[in-house]
Each structure stands twice: as structure tokens, then as C-alpha cells.
Write a protein that binds this ligand. Sequence first.
Ligand code: PSU
Ligand code: MN
Length: 304
Amino acid sequence: MKQYLDINEEVKKALENNQPVVALESTIISHGMPYPQNVETARKVEEIVRAQGAIPATIAVIDGKLKVGLTTEELEFFGQSSDILKASRRDLPYIVAQGLHGATTVATTMIIAEMAGIKVFVTGGIGGVHRGASESFDISADLQELAKTDVAVVCAGVKSILDIGLTLEYLETQGVPVLGYQTKDFPAFYTRKSGFEVLYQLDDAMSTAKTMVAKWDMNLKGGIVIANPVPEAQAMEEHVIAKAIEESLKACDDQNIKGKDITPFLLGRIKDVTKGSSLDTNIALVYNNAKVGGQIAVAYSKIK
Ligand code: PSU
Ligand code: MN
């Protein structure tokens, strides 16, 4: 594995000394937000993680190397370049063997975090079962990864561009705990509620870390979803986002967008339809996840 993995010095030292580290993904930078907000957000997220007492490790594939921890220049490159492939599990062997650049999705960031020994990962939202999946079979590889890779993912739930109910069913079948962070409601990314509840609410970082420890101590393989709702002040109005999503899904259909291009297309479209307000909410929820994820990483390293 060593020949593939390139962990930066700071992260390596932190891991050796059992200090808290938080993994961060790069698809959100290259394919999830426009420039320059993507790079600004990526930098600020790292700062927020540091402010909680944890070390940030943004993950990406550069020249075929699995990079854990990016420099400022590398972050900028991922924000600007159009030569970066969206890298999910199935894409990784090709990108690595060809020495290409890949922005890691939730699935791939989990894989590389696990290789490096990082247990907490902060993102915006995870992929899931798409609406109409009974016809299209479009189910994000993120869900399968959560079934088998031992990383806790802090997110703001699942966007309602997806079928939230089916996504939760899938996670149940795969034995993935879905925990509500200070909430009983499973959040829908742009809004604090989805109409679905979580089974378990946890109110602080330490009880969340204890759940992670219990799961992996018992050798129950797989990830954990920590669903952390967007702060009230930055949440979108239900009817505004619902309408934007309907319009965007229709555009996706009309333009015959398929496969891995669907999620980036919808995110961009929703941003345009909402005149940028969905992007503001997206950024706010990522910051909030970085704060909570940093705290969970600190709590986890205290127990371990
Ligand atoms: N949700 C967002 N922003 C994103 C993504 C999801 O709000 O950037 C990205 C994540 O990297 C996630 C991926 O893992 O989209 C899921 O893509 P797909 O549905 O093609 O598996
Ligand atoms: Mn898909």
C-alpha cells in the first residue's frame, strides 16, 4: 500500500501520536462548488477543524498518488483545474495506474482515510439512492462504502434530489448506524428536517465517539452516519428548495444527464435556480460539520 499512499508530514505525525485527525473530501471542491467559493470553503474548513484541536487531512489523488493532506497550492489546483476526474471506488484503479488526478467522493475518501488510519471524515452530504432508482438503478457507491469501511462520516444528511426514504432503508439493510446529532429529525441537507426521523439522537461529541468505539471494538465492520443539521439561521425555506430541486431534476432529465454527472449537474443547477442561496447554505452546513467533526475526532482520540 505504501507505494500508493502519500500522507503529509503533519498528518503522519498526528496519527503516530494518536492525535485527532479529520479527513476531508475533494469532490466537493472540484465538482460540488464553483470557483472561488470552493477553495475559500476548503481552506476555512481546515481552519475550523484546527480550531477544535484536530488536524485536517484533505484527501485527493494527484499524479496517481493517494494524497492525505494537501498544500494550499494543491487546494487551489483542485478548485480551478478542469482536468480532475470525479473518483469513486470504481474509478480509483484506472486513475492511479494512469497517474491522473482524481477528486475523491465520499466513498473514495473513506477508502483512503481507512488506509491512512483516520476515523472521522467531514463532508457536506453523502450520495444515496436516487429518485426513480427502481428504473435507473442509480444508487451512489457511497452507501456500499458505508457498509464496509470503518469511518464515521459527519454530514448534513441527504439532499432531497435523492429518495431519502430509500436511502435510509438501504443504510438499514447494510447495518449502518444513522445518528442524529442533537436532533431527532434526519436532516435534508438544505433544511433541518426531511420528514424522516433518526432512531437515535446523540447530544455531544463524547457519546458519538463512544458509539464509534463500541461498533469497531465489536468488529462490526462499516461506517457510521452522523447527521448534523444545517444551523437554523442558514437553513433554506422548504418550499423554495423543493421547487428548485423539482426544476433541476426536470432539467437533468431533459438534457439526458447520466451517471456520475448527475450530482454535480443538480448542485450547479439548484444554485442557479436559487440565485446562489443554496450555495450559501451548502457552505454554512459544511462549516458546521467541520466544527462537530473536529470535536468528535478530539473525543475519539481521548478514548482510544
Ligand atoms: N453532495 C453534495 N456535494 C457533493 C457531493 C454530494 O452536496 O459534492 C459529492 C460527494 O463527493 C459524494 C458524491 O460522495 O457527490 C456522490 O456522487 P454520486 O451520487 O455520483 O455517487
Ligand atoms: Mn450514481
